[in-house]
Design a protein around this ligand. Structure first.
Ligand code: PBG
Length: 337
């Protein structure tokens, strides 16, 4: 593409910015409710909604409340909800066996949502951190996060989630070879239509901190995740990881975090054209919300601008804690005006 403009005054860019109607005619990117995936936190109990201090406006929900949230999301037209469990510390072990317990909190939530709101897609988290005494995403032996043993555990975890009715499996662990192992296991187990959204390019990030509070892994984690999550300095490596995961059978790929990594989103979409998602993570959400609470920025406008930025960067969709607020905002707005 080679954009051509006559010299001023023959071209005046402001002509097409004069009114809402003219601006909407030349708008290149749109955000739609169908671009949103809503991550929610699940906890034990009945009728419980527990605020998360470092994520103003986000709550941990008991399973009955998660079902209500799924109903609300479906009513707003949000296509998918993604579940993250807040696990009782007493259930965290070195073997992480709670991760593949068919009646664990996350799996009960999948079943409850699919029973009441079958039309919404349920996405899961596949990683061991909520169940791991060490707080790591993988099994740890002598201080080393084991790759292949972890992949076996992730496969067990996935198959149980698929049995419970999960529509989209979300491996967020960054072990090597897990997409191929998960895809083969799903095929052999008769779950050929269960999709995989791979956290393909997931970086080591300070922006995960509020999430770790929300799922109570920050206390357990004593060191960092640098041996498996990506170095924020790298970009070519992200392309190699995405290519690898697509070749292993991922249906969709993700870049995470979102806002500091829009260049990666763009390169991934331009290079492979596969369905590409960004995760606007907890720290990004917390930054916008906390500045808005202080009156330093207009939170609603910052929310919409940040989400549109993902679309402009080539993403097909965004995992965002803003999903219901953004969906409501999109419902109010006309096409232009
Ligand atoms: C861990 C996981 C993390 C997030 C999703 N899954 C954090 C981490 O890697 O420690 C972060 C999401 C967020 O910050 O919103 N498997």
């Amino acid at each position: 593409m080679r954009p051509i403009a006559a010299p001023t005054p023959m071209t005046r860019f402001r002509r097409m910015r004069r009114t809402p109607a003219l601006r909407s005619l030349v708008q290149e990117t749109v955000l739609s409710v169908s671009d949103l995936i809503w991550p929610v936190f699940v906890r034990e109990g009945v009728n419980v909604r527990e605020p998360i201090a470092s994520m103003p406006g986000v709550e941990r929900l008991s399973v009955d409340q998660v079902v209500k949230a799924a109903e609300e999301a479906a009513g707003l037209g949000i296509p998918a909800i993604c579940l993250f469990p807040y696990i009782d510390p007493a259930l965290k072990t070195e073997v992480c066996e709670e991760a593949w317990n068919p009646d664990n909190l996350a799996n009960r939530a999948i079943k409850a949502i699919k029973a009441s709101v079958p039309e919404i897609a349920v996405m899961t988290d596949v990683a061991l951190d909520p169940y791991n005494a060490s707080g790591h995403d993988g099994l740890v032996c002598d201080g080393v996060v084991l790759n292949d043993e972890t992949v076996e555990a992730l496969v067990r975890m996935t198959l149980v989630q698929a049995d419970c009715g999960a529509d989209i499996i979300g491996p967020s662990d960054m072990m090597d070879g897990r997409i191929g192992a998960i895809r083969s296991a799903l095929e052999s187990a008769g779950h050929k239509d269960v999709a995989i959204l791979s956290y393909a390019a997931k970086y080591v990030s300070a922006f995960y901190r509020p999430f770790r509070d929300a799922v109570a892994t920050s206390g357990a984690l004593k060191d960092d995740k640098k041996t498996y999550q990506m170095n924020p300095a790298n970009s070519g490596e992200a392309l190699r990881l995405v290519e690898r995961d697509l070749r292993e059978g991922a249906d969709m790929v993700m870049v995470k975090p979102g806002m500091p990594y829009l260049d990666i989103c763009w390169r991934v979409k331009e290079t492979f054209g596969a369905p590409t998602y960004a995760y606007q993570v907890s720290g990004e959400y917390a930054m916008i919300q906390s500045a808005a609470e202080r009156g330093w920025i207009d939170g609603e406008k910052a929310m919409m601008e940040s989400l549109l930025g993902f679309k402009r960067a080539g993403c097909d969709g965004v995992l965002t804690y803003f999903a219901p607020a953004a969906a409501r905002k999109l419902r109010e707005s006309r096409i232009w005006g």
